[in-house]
Ligand binder design. Structure first.
Ligand SMILES: C[S@@+](CC[C@H](N)C(=O)[O-])C[C@H]1O[C@@H](n2cnc3c(N)ncnc32)[C@H](O)[C@@H]1O
Length: 296
């Protein structure tokens, strides 16, 4: 559909996960532009800046099973964490829907001399084969949040099925965005954005619906030749109290939660939490009962 017509069909208040507008994360052009954002050391947008990644990897090393563990980095992006974990001696598989970030991850592994310990593949956590092969699965930087609640739960179930007995899942969840509930609209002139790498007028409109845990960002770029590009991304954030029920439904039990990457316990006032969970050894019937007793 021509972009301007698509734009004219946008509702004044965004529809979360609008199929007419929502970004396709597997799109090769978008993935190439996103790769540049992942690697940009001027912000922590798509991936964190490298000094922060190094800090997180030191913390992850304490949470992961001992070296050499088999680790699945789900939504690995350009492999910043995976390559470092392989450098510590873990065997790491990375999966991401973006083709450009996977190509970069392979190059980075070669450059770091760890290609023998890593394997990177384009894939979707919602449909990847379930086979119990890993001592740990990691989900770093809110990988599941661009999916509906139902799909988030299904993806967690799938990832739980990839764990060997005694394995653990370590996942980072965002509980709220940087914005207060309501709407924030802005415009600026920039040289590049995810909508194109040329000078543009960039209009952004973000809405945070706290009751529904959704944050929708709509962006419109107007280029010098008059062409227009639009995109929408919906993030379905998490409620701290829903996490035990979500993990129970996935056949897992939360062992610990932390306030972001700190060692302090997580709670509903945190902006983000790191959750460590293990497969639940309860028989399925007791597990279903436990899940139905959990909030969310
Ligand atoms: C915020 S980035 C974090 C990347 C990486 N974990 C890091 O911290 O550097 C989220 C990543 O999740 C990937 N992603 C989103 N949905 C996915 C899905 N359904 N399956 C696999 N990867 C997905 C995106 O392509 C993106 O690379």
């Amino acid at each position: 559909m021509p972009t301007v017509r698509r734009l004219s069909r946008f509702p004044s208040w965004p529809r979360p996960f609008d199929p007419d507008a929502e970004l396709d994360w597997s799109d090769p052009t978008f993935s190439r532009r996103l790769l540049a954002e992942h690697l940009d050391q001027g912000h922590d947008g798509a991936s964190r800046r490298l000094p922060l990644v190094d800090q997180h990897v030191r913390r992850l090393a304490q949470l992961l099973p001992p070296v050499p563990a088999r680790v699945l980095d789900a939504g690995c992006g350009p492999g910043l964490y995976a390559v470092r974990l392989a450098g510590l001696g873990h065997r790491v598989d990375g999966v991401d829907v973006g083709p450009a970030v996977i190509r970069h991850a392979r190059r980075a592994a070669r450059a770091a001399g760890v290609s023998g310990l890593t394997h990177f593949e384009v894939g979707d956590v919602r449909s990847m084969p379930v086979s119990p092969r890993y001592n740990a699965v990691i989900l770093i930087y809110y990988v599941l949040e661009n999916q509906t609640a139902r799909r988030q739960a299904a993806a967690l179930r799938r990832l739980a099925g990839c764990l060997l007995p005694g394995g653990r899942l370590i996942a980072e969840f965002r509980l709220r965005p940087d914005q207060l509930p309501g709407r924030l609209s802005a415009w600026e002139v920039v040289d590049a954005s995810l909508l194109g790498r040329r000078r543009q007028l960039l209009l952004s409109d973000s809405t945070y619906d706290r009751a529904r845990h959704t944050f929708v960002l709509r962006e419109v770029a107007v280029f010098a030749d008059g062409s227009v590009a639009v995109q929408q991304t919906t993030s379905r954030l998490f409620d701290f109290d829903e996490l035990p029920g979500l993990f129970a439904k996935a056949g897992m039990r939360i062992v610990e939660t932390f306030d972001g990457w700190t060692r302090h316990p997580g709670g509903s006032l945190c902006d983000s939490v790191v959750v460590v969970a293990e497969p639940d050894r309860l028989p399925p019937v007791s597990r279903r009962r436990a899940a139905s007793r959990q909030p969310g």
